[in-house]
Design a protein around this ligand. Sequence first.
Ligand SMILES: Cc1cc2nc3c(=O)[nH]c(=O)nc-3n(C[C@H](O)[C@H](O)[C@H](O)COP(=O)(O)O)c2cc1C
Length: 205
Amino acid sequence: MNQKSGLDPVFKDEKNPFILFNGWMKDAEKSEINDPNAFNLATVDTFGQPDNRILLLKGQTDKGFIFYTNLQSKKGRDLKSNPKASMCFHWKSLQRQIRIQGPVELVDKKTADTYFSSRPYESRIGAWASSQSEVMKHRDEFEDKVKKFKKQYSDPNNVPRPEHWSGWHLTPFKIEFWKEVENRLHQRLCYSLIGTSWNKEILYP
Ligand SMILES: Cc1cc2nc3c(=O)[nH]c(=O)nc-3n(C[C@H](O)[C@H](O)[C@H](O)COP(=O)(O)O)c2cc1C
């Protein structure tokens, strides 16, 4: 048990939630069968209707978290009209959860280009061929587009990033760490950004 907080040692005694986040992510990388970086992304549309889906965390800065997607997709449109989001990581193998809230902004072009060029060839072609979240008449329509872009960008070293495909950076103002305890007596530690420093509070489960 952590002497100061009375919480399990996995909560450590960190002033900075990013250090704790990275520690938990390392634990998840060892214990999850796949995609330890998968998280649920919640967005809200112009009617105030929430929506959510799984994405992969693909970058971090000292201020936040980066994910990549099609900017014309449903989530892309939600984020454009309401640039606020919530992320939720759940690791079954660890029985832990992390919830994150904050505003989002697009990453700069260089960051997006660098990440895009690190993706496998097929994924880069997919970014061109998929009108993500749009209705498709038949699967052939998509496969034809894949063929077309493979022809257009036949050199794997020269596939430009589509303008409509980029990354969002979420700058959290709240990060909550949750750990399962038997009989639902779970443990929760919530960090809130006050000015430039993080305030920590233990929450009832
Ligand atoms: C494990 C997993 C990882 C995923 N990673 C991404 C991702 O990083 N980016 C993305 O745009 N979609 C990703 N998807 C697909 C999304 O869940 C979603 O179907 C897609 O982005 C369309 O969402 P939208 O219509 O709300 O925009 C992933 C799905 C799963 C199950």
